[in-house]
Ligand binder design. Sequence first.
Ligand code: MN
Length: 304
Amino acid sequence: MRQLDALKSPRFTQISTFGRLPICSQNEDIKAVFIGVPFDDATTYRPGARFGPMGIRQGSRLLRPYNQFLDTYPFDKLNACDIGDVNIIPGYIEDTMKIIETDIFNIVSKNIVPFIAGGDHSITLPILRALYKKYGKVNIIHLDSHYDFWDSYWGKKYTHGTWLRRALEEGLLKVVIQAGIRASTFSKEDLFDKERLGIKSYTIRDLKYNMQNVIKEINSLEGPTYISIDIDVVDPAFAPGTGTPEVGGLTSFEIIEMVRQLRIGQMIGFDIVEVSPPYDVSEITSMLAANIIYEGMSVLSLFL
Ligand SMILES: [Mn+2]
């Protein structure tokens, strides 16, 4: 009996939310929410990112209220809460995209900044559609080991490797800065595509040898800016729990430090995608993703 009572108590719900935040209620003056998108049907290699949101919640339980490096209490300042997961439809990419777009628009239309846990990277396209409806064209900071601007996979337009091209075709984006790129590509032509598409692209070498230059360029952006982080920008030694791992990436310290140094006046949303707990070891990928979100929330809280 005692155990059943515990299941109903608020304390139980709090330990299963991101950072032990409260579940969102409508009466609060909320500045930021955590939301999960447990969808991985657009994955091309290892699946499992559908378990990302719960993995990241699990990995977030050691987060504490005060961030000493940025001198802020992000959860308190943002009045942050966990709004739960989007009700996705397994196996139906385009139907699910409509649901994601609706849910994210409901959040951003109230001037709340969503911190979104994927899910595979295809979820970023409907998020950008929702942001466009609210803000018009937005800037995007895209940290990834892959370009993600391929035209199609197996002749199909909606996958986790094509969302960026779709977003550009749909006219959703202003400035696109991507960084951390290092995966082998299908042909040399791919390299010309980034210029043709107007993407400012930095490789992992640019980040490893000159991270400060990249950060400076990002921090000089003006206008509404979205941040999308594929956990595979991090080396698989630090983030093995992901769908398409690429060796030779950032350390966990480097990605945390990079996010920590961002100063984006109008951060309108933030996602971390491709965390696949079934491939994780000792929750290190989930814990890293949770800490990246924490740093992102901390940066946002500096502007309030
Ligand atoms: Mn990737």
